[in-house]
Design a protein around this ligand. Structure first.
Ligand code: PMP
Length: 436
């Protein structure tokens, strides 16, 4: 792969864009290119950079492009909507239609609010939990990501010298400039450890407003909850009057139409969606229990946003959910089957090359990790995987024209065809060969 044009434009970018990018997550060039790449266009499962390199894209914009790039039904709906204007600082019928659809699909959704990004919808969720309970503490788990705001950007990937005891971890700030006071309102726990959870609920339950988690841990290796874990967390939070918040920004409308909560059969009090819900347009959703959501009116718990429910993002949301719902969810089912096939074949290729790789996940989103010995259940165990080897593998894949996320997670889209998958597997085979 040659990146000369991206390198030149990156030099130019650093003169006018802070750090040369618009999100810190884009510095790494996906760990696979010498500079952040500039892309010229994308269609279906394919992404093209300005040097003419072509990628089969499993980064999928970090999850949103569930129907692939430039999906015609969504673009057509957005185009149609643009003729009606973009934003009114007032209501329009589309919001009601989309809210109804979400209430039909998502088990916890009795009422919804729209926002523009996952980070802000997560912020709204913890505010509502505090308002509902009159308590201040939120339980957050190591390795889970709930956006970049001060309040929750804590212990996402702490280094072990700072992380503290395994069953009572420190709240580790993730960025310079973060308010120290934000840390005081969080209790950090290891995920998938019911003993640690029970202990905190027993000893500090009367302080705890909410528990926020990725119900499937997609930001740290696509880890599933241990059998019974979510059920017990649900039981303890309910008994204690603590709100359970599922951050379904990745899992929503991806692992199932109704999200992880419908797949796993555990209904939270509040849930946050973004990414796949509008196929790549900036829409986020806070959904949940009527009596909690109603506090935005009855107690005037503040949730606002100039861009909330803009006409074209709602149009994108309606069109995306219509495509995903078609034929009883056939699109998602096919995507999952194709993803599971890909996972299985990657495992076989790893075996063939004698690589200690575990591929964990759900078809629609999965994560291959180099790990010998036991599997992992949470962030600290995830650190046992060989991250440098995964980065090297991702770089080799990238050279072969297969792009995955910087954290090594693969997102399927409905646009990936059987031929894309076969081409991907040939690239995986060559990447493994080059690795050893
Ligand atoms: N929660 C989760 C689980 C996420 O994966 C992300 C984004 N990767 C966010 C929240 C934040 O969403 P946004 O980037 O839209 O602010």
């Amino acid at each position: 792969m040659k990146y000369a044009r991206s390198e030149a434009l990156h030099r130019e970018a650093t003169q006018v864009l802070a750090g040369g990018v618009s999100s810190n997550f884009r510095y790494q060039g996906y760990g696979a290119s010498p500079v952040p790449l500039f892309y010229s266009h994308a269609k279906g499962a394919r992404l093209f950079d300005i040097d003419g390199n072509e990628f089969i894209d499993y980064a999928a914009a970090n999850g949103p492009t569930i129907l692939g790039h430039a999906p015609e039904p969504v673009l057509a709906a957005v185009r149609d909507s643009l003729a009606k204007g973009q934003l009114y600082a007032g209501q329009h019928a589309g919001e009601v239609a989309l809210a109804k659809r979400i209430c039909e699909l998502v088990p916890c959704a009795e009422l919804v609010r729209f926002a523009s990004s996952g980070s802000e919808a997560d912020q709204a969720a913890v505010r509502l939990a505090r308002a509902k309970t009159g308590r201040s503490k939120i339980i957050k788990f190591e390795g889970h990501y709930h956006g970049w705001f001060d309040s929750l950007f804590v212990s996402v990937n702490p280094t072990m010298d700072k992380a503290g005891p395994v069953s009572a971890p420190n709240a580790v700030p993730q960025t310079p400039g973060q308010a120290e006071s934000a840390l005081a309102d969080l209790i950090i726990l290891p995920w998938n450890d019911i003993v640690a959870f029970e202990h905190v609920m027993r000893t500090r339950g009367d302080e705890i407003a909410g528990v926020v988690m990725e119900p499937i841990l997609c930001n740290t290796g696509a880890i599933a909850p241990a059998p019974g874990y979510l059920e017990r967390v649900r039981e303890l939070t309910r008994d204690n009057g603590t709100l359970l918040i599922f951050d379904e920004v990745i899992t929503g409308f991806r692992v199932a139409l109704g999200g992880a909560q419908s797949l796993l059969g555990v209904t939270p009090d509040l849930a946050v969606f973004a990414k796949a819900v509008a196929g790549g347009f900036p829409l986020a959703v806070l959904a949940g229990r009527r009596d909690v959501m109603e506090l935005v009116k009855s107690e005037n718990v503040m949730h606002g946003g100039t861009y909330n429910a803009s006409v074209f993002t709602i149009a994108a949301g309606l069109a995306t959910l219509e495509e995903l719902s078609r034929d009883n969810g056939a699109v998602l089912a096919a995507m999952r089957t194709r993803g599971e096939h890909l996972m299985g074949e990657i495992r076989k290729l790893a075996d063939k090359h004698g690589e200690p790789m575990k591929v964990r996940g759900f078809g629609a989103v999965f994560h291959p990790a180099f790990v010998s010995g036991g599997d992992f259940r949470n962030y600290r165990e995830f650190l046992n995987a060989d991250a440098p080897r995964r980065l090297r593998f991702n770089t080799l894949l990238h050279e072969e024209g297969v792009r995955v996320t910087a954290r090594g997670t693969w997102f399927m889209s409905a646009a990936h065809t059987d031929a894309d998958v076969e081409e991907t597997l040939r690239a995986v085979d060559r990447a493994f060969a080059a690795l050893s």
